[in-house]
Design a protein around this ligand. Sequence first.
Ligand code: CP
Length: 332
Amino acid sequence: MKHFLSTKDFSRPQLESFIDAAIEKKATREAGKPLDGKSIALVFFNPSFRTRASMQIAVYELGGNPVVLEPGSTSWSLEYREGVVMSGQKAEHLKEFVRVLGRYASAIGVRCFAALEDWNSERADPVLNAMARYAEVPIFNLESAMHHPFQAMADMMTLRERFGIRRPKVLLTWAYHPKPLPMAVPNSFALSATQLGFDLRIAHPQRYELDDTLVDDLRSFALANGSGLEFTNDPDSAFDDVDAVYAKSWGSKHFYGKPEAEAVLRKSLKESWIVDGRKMDRGRSPIFMHCLPVRRNVVVTDGVIDSPNSVVIDEAENRLHIQKAIIAELLK
Ligand code: CP
């Protein structure tokens, strides 16, 4: 039994083989029916458009039956902590939920965002890890507090489509957003990029550093793969000589649980941390990437996202193909 929680748990050849299989599936739309007679549960604690639609269609196209559950909405609210007296709002414990679901379904996908309330506990991905600990079937991470591996693999597939075997120089840049957001997307993008040997530059304002342990992992992967890894706090020179720009906002780990204080700092970054044509012109005609949803003219200007260099729709399409490739491999 193999979970899919983070790309970190997979070797570079395994990640490369997922991308190869996804590119083949995209070209032929042939996937066989490896999930014939099987159901896959998709558990959403948080909203979704792309992940929900692409996972349901991926399971269907593999011959399986997707079953969507929404704890706290159309199914019972769930407790995940050990040893608590469940006298509050939570009606059922994950221990029962995940094992019962495993008797029905061959695998369980789960989306469980960070609440951005307590950095020290949320950085440990408590809901996802509780699911994985109790599960008797594979768990697929559909975006947790710290990781969004299917998104990252769709992004890596998109880079491969655009650059082939050439290893482009990639910028992951923080961008302004009116609300603090979780770090799962930038974490997974940076991990998979360094695992696959891309030269990666990460730009963010001061106080928006990524998790220390994750940065240690990035350094180890970059060293092992002979790739570059740079950090900068300059939102303009960050774009110099890059081939691809990945924009994403995330909340400051120093301000989890203190949204009013973070809002003051965030507001001061509004003008300088938008992706616009002036910055893109500093690169080597870079492609523009974003996981979506994106706020136009806040994170990125219309001119950039509507330009021929924008690959955001390809990234979203590739969610379907990479998920089919990974699910088929892990459940074969
Ligand atoms: N990129 C992504 O995961 O989109 P959704 O939040 O709409 O699923």
